[in-house]
Ligand binder design. Sequence first.
Ligand SMILES: C[S@@+](CC[C@H](N)C(=O)[O-])C[C@H]1O[C@@H](n2cnc3c(N)ncnc32)[C@H](O)[C@@H]1O
Length: 193
Amino acid sequence: MYQPNDKFTQKAKSQGYRSRAIFKLEEINNKFKLITVGQNVLDLGAAPGSWLQYCAKIVGPRGKVIGVDISPIKNLPQSNIKTIQQDIFALNSLMDQWKNKFDVVLSDAAPATSGIKIADSSRSLALVEQALKIANQVLKKQGNFCVKIFMSPEAEKFYQQLKKYFLKTYRFKPHTSRNNSKEIYFIGLKKKN
Ligand SMILES: C[S@@+](CC[C@H](N)C(=O)[O-])C[C@H]1O[C@@H](n2cnc3c(N)ncnc32)[C@H](O)[C@@H]1O
């Protein structure tokens, strides 16, 4: 059940983060080291912005973090963060400009759920496929990718597809992900070309 004031939400708030989602990315990054100092990071589905806050700290002043969300992202003070209000399905012209510019692409994008299983899982799948399409275009060779997906047989097929593009792939369920959530993160390290 959704618990707006669970301990991770409170912890995030006390540390100045905008969402408990920070702890999922922190766990992922501690384990897989996908983000490091000086890098350029693209964060898809970035609102309200806790992943942006975390990434800005990790990449430091020599790095850059761009967050895209269909919803507005309230201004963040860090000068290495830029935000864009845009649907990730409408990024074509930016994708051309961003070709091979990023070291890391993250996607925590999630559709608003309708409760109708088949509709929710197909919308989630469309988002992850779009995130992979963007990653393939904008990541440098050896770049890293992390995407949230809701488990389904199609998600497993998507995972197999990731192996074509990345040298190493992993499935990871952070401890801080809610127990009743079907979300999992797929990680692709070292884009092949
Ligand atoms: C779980 S939240 C992301 C939380 C974020 N990682 C953080 O740390 O604050 C998922 C986000 O995906 C966004 N989203 C869903 N569909 C999208 C789309 N087509 N284009 C852009 N953003 C989208 C939603 O607006 C929502 O803000």
